[in-house]
Design a binder for this molecule. Structure first.
Ligand code: DAH
Length: 363
């Protein structure tokens, strides 16, 4: 038993003598790992008499737990010391005048939000906002996606734990709930766009758990598909800066619109680069449709009096297309070199309306 006391004293001294996390981990493996002193003693248990084992076993377990606790305490101390040292060494004085090399730049998403906003405000839309932590009602139910609807599964939703009323909030899976909030908060006519962050549990080269969408909603008397088509075509021309761009409406399904369509734009691939506008290929850029009469009823509007259209578009996707950015994940990697390459000068305010349209659409 003296043995155990000695081992505890030795190892404790070694733990306290270690000054970095790597060495602490090596010490843990050496002493408590498979070939460590404690494990070797554990192995001896098998050869003991039941009486010896009854006495020695708990002591050995106690030693193991005590040493593991000491290691984890030491780890916490070392981690805190390392963090403090890092905070001290990375301290920056934000009151200093910026150097030219340290100049920031505008993220492509911010630039796209500005450009989209510019195009739609010029058409008479205003900008609406809604919360990113959303109630199930706005994100799904009011949009004609009831509890058992398969579209709920399609959204890979991030749910919050149940609240005291058994309700679970969600990270909004799309910007469409802003339609509902807008219609419930005011009186028609409505003409809004709602750019913002959206969330789905998905990650690969073209999906990130957080991404951006813009929603558009128009509600008035006598609104029809012609208004929808013109608005989208006008947007596409201005955004991609091309005079001639083929736009195709493909029948589709969304619970909140009827009829629904997906919008493709014409394109071609030259030397591995996309040219937007002409060509035999198509790229899908958004979902749209006439607001479903059930949605209008859900917000207290009479579908016989008011009609409207809506669309939703991925902002990350249209940025990738406009500037030829191949991997979506890079948008959120916070890499300054990437931002220097794809970013925009702080003075490069969106000036699409004053820039002439080109035939090719490339920047
Ligand atoms: N909310 C849809 C999505 O995230 C996009 C969408 C499609 C929005 C059609 C609309 C619409 O407003 O009419 O996939």
């Amino acid at each position: 038993m003296d043995d155990l006391k000695q081992i505890e004293t030795d190892i404790t001294a070694a733990i306290n003598g270690v000054n970095d996390i790597d060495s602490l981990d090596k010490l843990r493996v050496a002493e408590l790992g498979k070939k460590g002193r404690v494990s070797l003693l554990m192995r001896r248990l098998g050869k003991m008499t039941p009486e010896e084992r009854q006495e020695f076993g708990p002591k050995l377990n106690g030693l193991k737990t005590a040493l593991n606790d000491k290691i984890s305490d030491r780890k916490n101390v070392l981690e805190e010391e390392a963090l403090n040292a890092r905070l001290l060494s990375e301290k920056i004085d934000i009151t200093l005048t910026p150097t030219p090399e340290g100049k920031g730049s505008i993220h492509p998403i911010t630039q796209v939000v500005d450009e989209v906003t510019e195009i739609f405000t010029e058409m008479g839309f205003s900008v609406a906002e809604g919360p990113e932590i959303e109630e199930d009602f706005y994100n799904f139910t009011a949009l004609n996606i009831p509890e058992e609807h398969p579209a709920r599964q399609m959204h890979d939703t991030f749910y919050f734990p149940e609240d005291e009323n058994g309700k679970r909030k969600v990270l909004r899976t799309h910007t469409s709930p802003v339609q509902i909030r807008t219609m419930m908060a005011g009186k028609p006519p409505f003409r809004i766009i709602a750019p913002g962050r959206t969330y789905r549990c998905d990650s690969d080269a073209t999906h990130t758990p957080m991404f951006h969408q813009v929603e558009a909603l128009v509600i008035d008397k006598g609104i029809h598909m012609g208004h929808l088509k013109w608005s989208i075509e006008n947007f596409v021309k201005k955004f991609f800066e091309v005079e001639n761009v083929k736009v195709r409406f493909r029948p589709s399904y969304f619970p909140f619109t009827e009829p629904s369509a997906e919008v493709d734009i014409g394109c071609s691939f030259k030397d591995g680069e996309i040219v937007i506008g002409e060509g035999d290929d198509w790229l899908e850029i958004m979902g749209c449709g006439m607001v479903n009469s059930k949605v209008l009823e859900n917000v207290g509007l009479d579908p016989n009096e008011y009609q409207g259209f809506a669309f939703g578009m991925g902002l990350d996707r249209i940025s990738m297309l406009k500037w030829g950015i191949p991997d979506l994940r890079d948008f959120f990697a916070a890499d300054l070199r990437w931002l220097k390459h794809y970013g925009f000068s702080c003075l490069d305010i969106p000036s699409l309306s004053t820039r002439p349209l080109t035939q090719s659409g490339q920047k």
